[in-house]
Design a protein around this ligand. Structure first.
Ligand code: PRX
Length: 634
């Protein structure tokens, strides 16, 4: 019998005895002890759950810290574990991927079928001259070809750089140029909210601003007419139909060193323009596989749905690689949660029998707005576990999710992690008791802390900087082309500690509560944007002399963008210009970056060295005390 949660006086939610009787990790403390007592032994054991062409000689090499290396000497390829090892077993006939388009199209891929497509496309990439170490930009809607392109790139040892399909011209251009990609894989377009997003058009425009890569591969998805430049642009389906070699259905997986790069993923930073976070084959696969199977209790019969986009780290780790490494069945949906009605997600959970749903606080708050009647129309009894990621979840949304979607029987795994960490860092294990709004404790082997300006741990319940004190296998290895920035951004403020960029508290039970970013990163609806990138997009408009952006609380989005703009002489402030600037930001960066509010101002608060004091703007906007103004220039 399912007992449901017992709400103990101390705000804890306990898993039911039924649930506890079947969890993969019945004793979280024992696992934590194992990892703390022998970090390397723990991770070596977890690495042995995967296949290696040749074993490692050293589990963790810290001799050149913070450039940590994992499983040194080991030979592998993430595709060996995500596909090759499964197609040798009965799993070849298990569904790897179930996909539903916004218009209702359904496509399914068994491990066998997915492997076949990946092999074919890997041969296409090879025929275009893509070799080990070359970068490949993937700018796609949420369709199966995104997954195929990522795996094919990894299979041949090339490095993928996925750019979120919601980004636009300037964001894409910057990322293509910095990565020096030889090929771009895109689509004619994608569906979102009943409209089409014309990705190929954005690629064409971005390529006018940059030294063009040699080739563009275009997946036909919407069927709309697109410009195809002879000699540069090729249709995916035509390339896939060519008898490329005598054996185009087969492709050997490239044998990689554990420390060889797997992908770069651009993310907004503490300061300056986006940086390319670099992850490698060996450690990343171990960390992602272990965390997914433990935290989400993954079982052979589960149907896993992570609602993220492959263009962000959540999609890399827990749509594409994690589920495939675990040999699971993953569901992927192309479009908007409310299209055509606000019960689209709930209808699909019922239709496909989804058992684990991993999503974002913004999505929950957005759907909550439409009321309980929408989920109540559907049978959601297949669900057994829920998850949240990307931003702090407010207890109200947590409780709504728990009651109306989880029907009071599904624990919610609130996972704190980052593009940089590659895998969950602070997250419950499902046998643990939960507190709404807290990600609970660090994953086994992860030592976190909350410290003050000087790096001294703060008292229980006090706010401070979140740091990590032990290395972990899925950690970023460096910033591509900028190792100095890697050291400076993450490892310099406190020696020997990784600076996360978040503020947090730890309560008397050792549970962590993430408060939010303390740097120039703004999390809009959980999407990570940087003030520098936003401000430079503003300045690229002819009317703007200077701009400053800040994030302010928003009921649905968590945080929304507010911009302060100084106009050049000759431009008149007004509603028309506000609209034009919003449109401009949408065109340059993408719809997610559109500011909530734009204000024209005669000056901006700056330090004597000319740095904009965003904290002053923020305090003013919220009617709060402006704090120490001694460094203010004016
Ligand atoms: O501020 C934290 C927030 O998202 C940041 C990392 O963003 P990104 O690299 O885009 O990765 C997002 C998906 C892993 C963190 O520094 N964040 C992420 N998860 C949570 C969170 N804040 C609170 N609770 C979370 N569960």
């Amino acid at each position: 019998m399912n007992e449901g949660p017992i709400q103990a006086p101390a705000e804890f939610y306990h898993p039911s005895t039924d649930f506890l009787s079947q969890v993969n990790i019945p004793d979280p403390d024992a696992l934590r002890r194992e990892a703390t007592d022998d970090l390397e032994g723990y991770w070596a054991r977890r690495a042995k759950e995967l296949e290696w062409y040749a074993p490692w000689t050293t589990v963790l090499d810290s001799s050149n810290a913070p450039f940590f290396q994992w499983f040194v000497g080991g030979k592998t390829n993430i595709v060996l574990n995500a596909l090759d090892r499964h197609v040798k077993t009965w799993k070849r006939n298990k569904l790897a991927l179930i996909w539903e388009g916004e218009n209702g199209d359904v496509r399914t891929f068994s491990y066998h079928a997915l492997n076949r497509e990946v092999c074919k496309f890997a041969n296409v990439l090879k025929s275009m001259g893509i070799m080990k170490g070359d970068r490949v930009t993937i700018y796609m809607p949420r369709i199966p070809e995104t997954v195929i392109a990522m795996l094919a790139t990894a299979k041949i040892g090339a490095v993928h750089s996925v750019v979120y399909g919601g980004f636009s011209v300037e964001s894409l251009h910057g990322r293509i140029e910095d990565s020096e990609s030889k090929v771009i894989i895109t689509a004619d377009g994608g569906y979102m909210n009943g409209k089409t997003v014309e990705l190929k058009k954005i690629v064409d425009e971005a390529l006018q601003r940059t030294a063009a890569p040699e080739n563009v591969v275009v997946v036909r998805h919407t069927g709309k007419d697109v410009n195809m430049e002879a000699g540069r642009d090729y249709w995916y389906h035509e390339l896939m139909a060519l008898p490329l070699t005598r054996n185009s259905l087969k492709c050997e997986t490239e044998v990689m060193d554990a420390e060889d790069p797997l992908f770069i993923l651009y993310t907004s930073g503490t300061t300056g323009l986006p940086k390319a976070i670099l992850h490698t084959h060996g450690g990343y696969q171990v960390g992602v596989h272990a965390t997914l199977t433990d935290v989400f209790d993954l079982k052979e019969e589960d149907r896993w749905w992570c609602t993220a986009d492959p263009g962000w780290i959540t999609g890399h780790s827990y749509i594409v690689y994690g589920p495939l490494l675990a040999g699971a069945t993953s569901f992927m949906y192309e479009g908007a949660p409310t299209f055509p009605y606000p019960d689209r997600w709930w209808a699909m959970i019922e239709k496909y029998g989804i058992s684990i749903l991993y999503t974002t606080p913004t999505a929950i708050r957005g759907l909550m707005r439409f009321g309980e009647a929408w989920p109540n129309r559907h049978d959601l009894s297949s669900l057994r576990l829920l998850g949240s990621v990307g931003e702090p979840i407010n207890p109200e949304a947590w409780k709504w999710f728990h009651k109306n979607i989880g029907k009071n029987k599904c624990p919610i795994m609130d996972t704190w992690w980052q593009t940089e960490t590659g895998m969950f860092m602070i997250a419950p294990l499902p046998a643990m008791s939960l507190k709404p709004g807290s990600g609970s404790k660090p994953y086994p082997g992860v030592i976190a802390d909350v410290v003050d300006e000087e790096g001294v741990p703060v008292k229980t319940g006090e706010e401070g900087f979140l740091v990590l004190k032990t290395p972990w296998p899925a950690m970023m290895r460096t910033i591509y082309k900028d190792p100095e920035r890697y050291v400076k951004s993450y490892w310099s403020k406190y020696p020997g500690m990784y600076l996360a960029g978040d503020s947090a508290r730890r309560d008397k039970d050792g549970y962590y509560w993430i408060i939010g970013r303390v740097d120039d990163v703004i999390k809009v609806s959980g999407y990570r944007l940087g003030t520098a990138e936003l401000e430079s997009a503003f300045i690229s408009h002819p009317s703007v002399a200077e701009a400053a952006v800040i994030g302010l609380p928003h009921e649905i989005k968590g945080i929304a963008i507010h911009a302060y703009v100084i106009l050049k002489n000759g431009y008149t402030p007004g509603e028309a210009l506000v609209e034009e600037l919003k449109h401009h930001i949408g065109h340059e960066m993408g719809p997610i970056a559109k500011p909530e509010k734009i204000e024209f101002v005669p000056s901006l608060p700056k330090t004597r060295s000319g740095k904009i004091m965003r904290r002053v703007l923020k305090a003013r906007a919220q009617g709060m005390h402006e704090g120490d103004l001694s460094t203010l220039e004016d």
